[in-house]
Design a protein around this ligand. Structure first.
Ligand code: ATP
Length: 389
């Protein structure tokens, strides 16, 4: 059973009277890889800086192992930070960069005497950490003789050598190219698992978050939108913002008739959702990869392909359903101009309560507004195998 290590209890942060964190309630478990994910400016770094002790929340409490630490300075917290610009010392070699934190004398238990880590212990701890980050044998290398990825590993070793209970990582891979970033993602996950400490990771890259995290916290405008495992967040987004931010989605307006029955495009479809008020307006989210393309006469809906882009593994196929454009990802090629049918299974249809984000999306969801204007999916090609009741 994992144990709670850090808790943010009702934390708010305001800069010049402007609220940038709005009543954040969040806990972080021991040995967990947790990612704060959200668009630029949503408050991720501010949250991280509060945990690190670089900022004090305007209101609310920061608890570590149950004790209030609002007023404890960063150097006395069992937390270290790795920044995107890793700020290594160019005049010191790899060994000395990692050893740096260990060479600073620390106050003893009574606070009266300064204690130094013995040289032999420094040596063994630095070598152990270089091995953890796969830089064994690089001790004497100059920082300028390392690649970006290797420099990032040195920064991680330096942050870990003090044996913090929590490592904060603020977009640490942002400066690396795509290939290196992917390698470092699995390296970071391996290091976290090997050492069994808590990593709190900040990114705006949803793929990165899905690949590495045990838990993802999706934030927007200073608020938590959803907390869950990568699978939860991807498969069961709580609102249209999360659905749109995590992966691509077709989002449209619908009405929930009763449990398990939703109407959109003037038709009823079976779904797996319940607990809505009768005739409640909802957001209907359909993932592009969940839509099955079938011969037009077998489809519940019929549309015309307006563009096709090869993406390596699949084709991004844009299909026009009487003026509403959907993105469909399929491994089969359907050329521009072809009329196709689609089938939506109940578990492909995700129903969400209406949120403030409705109607704020890009191309693939703009149809939801147009839909109301033209008064429905007029003449929707009627189904044979359908969910219509
Ligand atoms: P990014 O991904 O771009 O780094 P973020 O999600 O980490 O964004 P924050 O850096 O936490 O966002 O910023 C949240 C909001 O707080 C932004 O509107 C930012 O301009 C504001 N902000 C952050 N630090 C300060 C500060 N010291 N003074 C004033 N405003 C600030």
């Amino acid at each position: 059973m994992s144990k709670e290590l850090i808790r943010l209890a009702d934390c708010c942060m305001a800069f010049d009277g402007e609220l940038v964190l709005d009543h954040i309630n969040l806990y972080f478990n021991d040995s967990e890889f947790l990612t704060l994910l959200g668009p630029s400016g949503c408050g991720k770094t501010t949250t991280l800086r509060i945990i690190g002790g670089f900022l004090t929340p305007t209101s609310g409490e920061v608890l570590f192992d149950g004790a209030r630490i609002n007023d404890i300075p960063p150097n006395l917290r069992q937390v270290n930070t790795v920044f995107q610009r890793y700020a290594l010392f160019p005049h010191l070699n790899v060994f000395e960069n990692v050893a740096f934190g260990l060479r600073i004398p620390k106050a003893s238990g009574t606070g009266r005497k300064k204690v130094r880590v013995p040289e032999e212990e420094i040596r063994s701890r630095v070598l152990e950490m270089l091995e953890v980050v796969s830089l064994k044998g690089f001790e004497r290398r100059r920082i300028t003789e390392l690649s970006g990825g290797q420099q990032q590993r040195v920064a991680i070793a330096r942050a870990l050598v003090n044996r913090p209970k929590v490592l904060l990582l603020d977009e640490p891979l942002g400066a690396l190219d795509l290939r290196l970033r992917k390698d470092m993602q699995s390296e970071l996950k391996r290091i976290q698992q090997q050492l069994g400490i808590t990593f709190i990771y900040v990114t705006h890259d949803q793929e990165e978050a899905l690949a590495m995290s045990d838990t993802i916290v999706v934030m927007d405008q200073g608020r938590i939108q959803q907390i869950g495992t990568p699978e939860d967040i991807y498969n069961e987004p709580k609102n249209a913002f999360v659905a749109d931010f995590i992966g691509e989605s077709n989002i449209l307006d619908g009405v929930m008739h009763e449990d398990y029955v939703v109407e959109f495009f003037n038709r009823k479809f079976k779904c797996l959702d319940k607990g809505f008020s009768p005739m409640e307006s909802v957001d209907v989210v359909i993932r592009p990869e969940d839509i099955d393309i079938v011969p037009q006469e077998k489809g519940q809906l019929r549309g015309t392909v307006t563009s096709v882009t090869f993406k390596g593994v699949h084709y991004d196929t844009i299909v026009d359903f009487k003026g509403f454009k959907w993105l469909i990802q399929t491994t089969d090629y359907h050329p521009e101009g072809e009329t196709i049918g689609i089938v939506l299974n109940p578990d492909d249809i995700h129903i969400m309560r209406k949120s403030q984000y409705s109607g704020m999306f890009g191309d693939y969801s703009s149809y939801s507004e147009e839909y109301e204007e033209i008064g429905g999916f007029e003449g929707a090609e009627e189904p044979e195998a359908g969910h219509e009741e």
